[in-house]
Design a protein around this ligand. Structure first.
Ligand code: ZN
Length: 429
């Protein structure tokens, strides 16, 4: 039986009430770190950023602390934070009122008519809200009478936290992955991203041992705030070193992938990702950068300008369970998460093998002489591809350029590069 590694890690993180600061976030980062093999844990660093820290125009808010939150009707709890942490507005201020009318209690309630069976996910990081969330179905059932509302929350100077996993490669040039984990119990958006990111980081470290061409960096933080902080701290290094960049979010919930390009749609990450999606997956959904909604909003700013794309499954904003209690553990499964992980592994294999090489010959080689092991049929199939590779191997085209010219998956050309190199038909630059 296949172990449900990815899903099990999500299950572990599931009950924690996360936010953009505080204990839930720290605890989640600690769980991610401790899930790595012992010898890799030193690669995962957790940074504290104090409340009040100024980052460009933003300020890290105070930590939000929750003791309890509920609403009672006739002495019985009808909404209980302990049953589902989405019941409490994330960053809600405290309140303690007894015996208030139905009309008055409604002032504290957030509900969403469009998804009547779901508790909506509501946040109020930067504007003062006090309240709890309830499904529209239950909201409609509320009767006249006396209600008690108790929200025991507090704010104090504390920290937000950023996790960073780094694997050094031969080059300082790096592949950058951003992911976030500030949402409370929400599966596709949000836990799928950091869990796939962690497993990908582990795989790169294991699979390539010391030998990656590029360095790999994974940043785990609260959405928006974490990205802004990271950019503020590292802008020079990012601009200098990042060669390819990905935002890891919404990696479950579907059989089909969704592609969100970078701002220009023309970066090397766009080109590589489109090659793999087109030839390895076929029917993926193509979105426009106008449909953006995650940390690419910061990383693709023209003054930061990372070549960042996202490949997702069920994209944020595009499914009825988005940002409500139905984006839960039954909305995603381990196979979907594995498929996402597999796709990103393919992208990395392609990146590591995207060589530029030069033809060493002065004419087409007699292939039969060089590949006696291949049957006539196989040779026929391969010879056109080999000739195409050789004719475009001018020392300027990368393997990706050539794959796009031939209209084929870059992955299918990787074994041929090795063969052509062994036969001394090409020199890798
Ligand atoms: Zn979200």
């Amino acid at each position: 039986m296949k172990r449900k590694n990815l899903f099990n890690l999500i299950k572990k993180l599931w009950p924690i009430c996360r936010s953009i600061t505080g204990r839930g976030l720290k605890q989640s980062l600690d769980i991610l770190k401790s899930n790595l093999p012992k010898s890799y844990q030193k690669n995962f660093k957790i940074f504290e950023v104090k409340s009040g820290t100024k980052i460009y125009d933003w300020v890290v808010p105070d930590e939000w602390i929750i003791k309890d939150a509920y609403i009672k009707f006739k002495g019985k709890k009808i909404i209980d934070f302990k049953k589902n942490n989405l019941h409490l507005v994330n960053y809600s201020y405290p309140v303690n009122k007894k015996k208030i009318s139905l009309n008055k209690i409604k002032n504290y309630l957030y509900t969403e008519k469009k998804t009547p069976n779901a508790i909506p996910y509501v946040t109020s990081y930067y504007n003062k809200k006090v309240g709890m969330c309830i499904s529209y179905k239950n909201y409609k059932k509320l009767k006249k009478g006396n209600y008690d509302i108790m929200i025991e929350t507090a704010f104090k100077k504390g920290n937000t936290y950023i996790g960073e996993y780094f694997k050094k490669g031969k080059s300082k040039k790096e592949i950058f992955f951003s992911t976030y984990l500030c949402h409370p119990s929400l599966a596709n958006d949000n836990l799928s991203g950091p869990v796939v990111a962690l497993k990908l980081a582990e795989w790169i470290t294991k699979e390539f041992s010391k030998n990656t061409k590029y360095s790999y960096r994974f940043v785990f933080g609260p959405e928006t705030l974490g990205a802004i902080y990271y950019i503020n701290k590292n802008i020079k290094k990012l601009k200098k070193n990042v060669k390819y960049a990905f935002n890891l979010t919404c990696l479950g919930g579907s059989k089909q992938f969704s592609f969100l390009p970078s701002r220009t749609g023309l970066t090397i990450t766009d080109k590589l990702t489109k090659n793999i999606l087109t030839h390895e997956y076929k029917n993926f959904l193509n979105f426009s950068f106008l449909d953006r909604g995650s940390d690419e909003r910061q990383y693709c700013n023209p003054n930061v300008n990372l070549p960042m794309v996202s490949v997702m499954q069920k994209k944020y904003h595009e499914y009825p369970q988005y940002h409500n209690s139905l984006d839960n553990l039954s909305f995603i499964n381990n196979n979907q998460l594995e498929n996402s992980l597999e796709l990103y592994k393919k992208l990395i294999i392609a990146i590591e093998n995207n060589f530029t090489f030069k033809n060493t010959l002065f004419c087409e080689p007699p292939l039969k002489k060089y590949f006696p092991e291949l049957s006539k049929n196989k040779l026929q199939k391969k010879s056109k591809i080999i000739m195409d590779m050789l004719i475009f191997a001018d020392g300027k085209n990368s393997l990706l350029d050539i794959a796009d010219k031939i209209n084929i998956s870059i992955l299918s050309l990787i074994p041929l590069v090795k063969k052509l190199k062994d036969k001394k038909f090409i020199k890798i630059l």
